[in-house]
Write a protein that binds this ligand. Sequence first.
Ligand code: MD6
Ligand code: FE
Length: 217
Amino acid sequence: MNGDLFADLEPGQGCEALGLDAFILRRFALPSEQLLWQDLQLVLARAPMRHMVTPGGFRMSVAMSNAGSLGWVSDKTGYRYDEIDPVSGLPWPAIPTSFMALAAQAAHHAGFKAFQPDACLINRYAPESKLSLHQDKNELDFTQPIVSVSLGLSATFLFGGALRTDKPLRTILQHGDVVVWGGASRLNYHGILPIKPGRHPLVGECRINLTFRHAGR
Ligand code: MD6
Ligand code: FE
């Protein structure tokens, strides 16, 4: 694996390469699905899902919330990480232990040791919701990877390059799949195509994505 600065382990079994320093761990979250689901409900009881507004004034089709000392927020003034949930006026709920364990294990499996997320963005996609191609660049520290956990309905994930014009790869993310990326791919463009309607036995008629990052100093 490339990127000695970022990793000094070799990726483990069941790691599918998506790009340089980017891996899919198929079904990695399945053994903890019940605990993750319970803990997610506790977080959402304190910080309910909401549709944020983009700096351009558009309501996002994806509903969002956060756990952790920093939460990703968007409003007319821009995108940022904030310690306070603007809806409740309170700090975001802590990242549950079950989430932290899964994120750290997945990162370790993909060759990134000592991942210490301080932000967990929770995305909920109803049918037809999508996320346009974007880069994740609001974090202060790009040396730590991102760990992304897919739950519920399947989605087509687009994984491009460092330029918006690089033709993206397409892969389907299913319930329990975990994507880990960092190093050379950390700033690659990516997105989610519109979700197709369906019903998942645990999650219902939507897709939930948990994205773990180290956003602060
Ligand atoms: C999603 N994910 O899967 C959207 N960003 O719902 C992301 O935007 C994302 O999956 C950075 C790293 C992994 C991701
Ligand atoms: Fe992203």
